[in-house]
Write a protein that binds this ligand. Structure first.
Ligand SMILES: NC(=O)c1ccc[n+]([C@@H]2O[C@H](COP(=O)([O-])OP(=O)(O)OC[C@H]3O[C@@H](n4cnc5c(N)ncnc54)[C@H](O)[C@@H]3O)[C@@H](O)[C@H]2O)c1
Length: 336
């Protein structure tokens, strides 16, 4: 039996941010399902070597005229997947003007360019960081959205913008609120290459590889079984497949939805470190550091709406597979 979710029949899809970590995996699965991914990216945090499955347009999402010229080359593309964003939470606190400009101004310019190009559907990469502080786990999509960070606030502003564009201009959309993206493509050719890196798994693996100092675990006295924070880790290949399911749902007539993209399973920081030790066969000592402001003790999704609305359920997000694929990617020689 084929593992393919649907046949995209040679159709064009614009992937804004397609040179990044998640975007490159999205491009790969679009290609594997018979579509053509067209990457729009300014390579500010993405990598030219991660664009392998279709044309590349070097455009900044904030520049309307450049977007118009790029859209004009692909008039058949009606669905736009919008992943381009500033994502590093700490930078957002220090430089909110840059964050709002890149994320919110960028999204507005893109949505306006979509209208001019008569693109009809957008898939937006949002985040569990739009929910803010709550103890109601697992998190339902109906949970009030009160983001703590500037990052979360910019993403929520974009969610609202997209909803207004639906009401006023008929734009169809699916907002995917990803939980913690992790792992790497099974080939080992693409994976997580953020700079600066702030995510636990790549930090821990590069620490085990001796490429950085000891890991810091922020908070070891939370009200959780081992005292460390619990998060919902979803394999990047599953996140990518959620986009294929979204396209198929659009094709069936879905017009709008906001859905969590997570596993529903909470995994602690220490469980991650122990699994890396097991898979790598290397010790992974860590330093206990104070809690960080705004970090919740537990954060994991209720994943049922994604299954009902777009037919998505994860199949690559077993913790061992996450760590194994990330380990394979990071153990390879540095990329150029
Ligand atoms: N990584 C996670 O755990 C996670 C979790 C939740 C949500 N998200 C969302 O997923 C999306 C992708 O995240 P990622 O981890 O792949 O990040 P990434 O930094 O690897 O990818 C972002 C891409 O967008 C491009 N980009 C940024 N600003 C641009 C601009 N002005 N014009 C054109 N291109 C621009 C970058 O060059 C990069 O290729 C983001 O929207 C992020 O908010 C990520």
């Amino acid at each position: 039996m084929s593992n393919k979710r649907t046949n995209l029949n040679g159709r064009d899809f614009i992937v804004v941010g397609g040179a990044g970590y998640i975007g490159s995996h999205v491009c790969k699965v679009i290609s594997e399902h018979g579509g053509r991914p067209i990457t729009f990216d300014n390579l500010s945090t993405g990598h030219a070597h991660a664009v392998k499955w279709g044309p590349f347009e070097n455009v900044d999402v904030r520049h309307g005229a450049n977007l118009d010229a790029a859209f004009a080359k692909y008039p058949e593309a009606k669905i736009v997947i919008h992943l381009a964003s500033s994502i590093e939470v700490g930078i957002g606190e220090k430089h909110p003007a840059e964050f709002y400009d890149n994320n919110v101004t960028g999204a507005l310019a893109l949505l306006n360019a979509m209208r001019r190009a008569e693109a009809t559907h957008v898939v937006f990469s949002s985040t569990c960081a739009t929910y803010g502080e709550t103890e109601n786990m697992p998190l339902l999509e109906t949970e009030p959205q009160n983001p703590v960070s500037t990052y979360g606030k910019t993403k929520l502003a974009i969610e609202h913008m997209i909803q207004s564009f639906h009401t006023a201009y008929g734009l169809n959309y699916v907002t995917l609120r990803y939980f913690n993206a992790c792992g790497a493509d099974a080939s080992g050719d693409i994976g997580e290459e953020h700079d600066p890196e702030t995510h636990l798994i790549p930090l821990a693996i590069t620490s085990a590889l001796g490429q950085r100092g000891k890991m810091k675990i922020f908070g070891t006295n939370y009200d959780t079984p081992d005292g460390t924070c619990i998060r919902d880790y979803i394999h990047v290949s599953d996140i990518a497949l959620a986009h294929i399911d979204t396209i198929a749902a659009f094709d069936r007539g879905l017009d709008t939805a906001e859905v969590n993209i997570g596993t529903g399973i909470g995994v602690s920081n220490l469980e991650i470190l122990k699994t890396i030790e097991k898979i790598s066969g290397r010790p992974l000592p860590y330093i206990s550091a104070p809690r960080r402001a705004g970090d919740l003790s537990k954060l994991y999704a209720d994943p049922r709406k994604a299954k009902i609305t777009i037919g998505f359920s994860p199949k690559h997000s077993d913790l061992r597979n996450i760590i194994q694929t990330a380990w394979n990617f990071h153990s390879k020689a540095p990329r150029n």
